[in-house]
Design a protein around this ligand. Structure first.
Ligand code: CDP
Length: 300
């Protein structure tokens, strides 16, 4: 019965308007707020249509368990979770296959953007909580996570920005809703890019496009990603230009000067698994000896 009702829906009317009144190339309303979780190193809250997402970043920190550490680069542990109340049918709180898959693809997308080689043997934990869901939550989560990473001061090639493109009622459209995702001919394609290089870091396809449809959909999706990137940039600028933020940076600087310096990442851990504290001291001594020898040579 429900299926029959869906088939009767007109996904795009004669004026080109969709069920929620948007045009084919319009995004849902988006709001991004930075620095919403004071305990985290970086965080963001994002509303994308009905979707509501919180992202919190912790790290870079020591990678535990230690055998998971990579001596050449840092790890990105992405945890995508949906709240039990985020969808009409109560979601089982236990992480399922879908959450594992989304966490994996989002982690891989962020790994392409972060300069992970600067953080060997460490981990960056990225937590994404979906509080309310209406299609496109992986992209909403990834977009919020990228802003949270920037808020945490993690060096990146660029802030990852994403968007979905799809088909409903025979029409190619940007940013599909749940209703459109449930259309009989639905196709849903999440895309994420690093806007500065246009490198695609996430691309999935639920449904099938013809070649002609794909050629129309891809530029539309990339355009959508670039619009999202502008919103991310504006949210970050807003955060870093506030009086409170500038005052907090100043207060941190003053307190750091007053206290003995404590490195955030243990330098021995960061140097590699084979390097014990003793070994690192020996290396320091050797370096000093070499420097002294060089100085002597220059003087002669
Ligand atoms: O959210 P996204 O489009 O990235 O992923 P999806 O697997 O294509 O899910 C599409 C939508 O289905 C979600 O955004 C939710 O609105 C809905 N959903 C649901 O109602 N119950 C679930 N357990 C999972 C998803």
């Amino acid at each position: 019965m429900a299926k029959k009702k869906e088939e009767e829906l007109t996904y795009v009317d004669k004026k080109g308007k969709r069920l929620d009144g948007r045009g084919l190339t319009d995004l849902r309303p988006i709001k991004i707020e930075v620095g919403v979780v004071p305990r985290a190193d970086g965080s963001a809250y994002l509303e994308w249509g009905q979707n509501k997402v919180v992202a919190a970043v912790y790290g870079p920190k020591e990678c535990l368990p230690k055998h998971t550490a990579d001596p050449l680069k840092g790890r990105v542990n992405f945890y995508y979770r949906m709240a039990t109340f985020s969808v009409p049918d109560r979601k089982n709180p236990k992480p399922g296959r879908r959450e594992t898959e989304i966490s994996k693809v989002c982690s891989e997308a962020l790994q392409k953007a972060i300069f992970l080689e600067q953080f060997p043997n460490t981990a960056i934990d990225v937590h994404v909580e979906i509080l309310d869901a209406n299609a496109g939550t992986r992209i909403a989560g990834l977009t919020a996570a990228a802003v949270a990473l920037a808020d945490a001061g993690i060096p990146m090639r660029g802030v990852v920005a994403g968007c979905t493109v799809g088909r409903a009622g025979g029409q190619i459209m940007l940013d599909v809703t749940k209703e459109e995702e449930d259309a009989p001919d639905a196709v849903d394609i999440p895309i994420a890019i690093i806007p500065s290089t246009e490198e695609i870091v996430l691309l999935q396809m639920d449904g099938l496009f013809t070649k002609a449809e794909w050629e129309k959909a891809l530029p539309l999706g990339l355009e959508g990603c670039k619009k999202i990137a502008k919103l991310q940039e504006a949210a970050l600028k807003k955060r870093f230009e506030t009086k409170e933020f500038l005052e907090s940076v100043e207060a941190e600087r003053v307190s750091e000067q007053a206290l003995p310096q404590k490195p955030r990442v243990n330098p021995v851990v960061a140097a590699g698994p084979m390097l014990s504290a003793d070994a690192s001291e020996t290396l320091d001594e050797e370096n000093q000896e070499m420097e002294e020898a060089l100085e002597e040579e220059v003087e002669q």
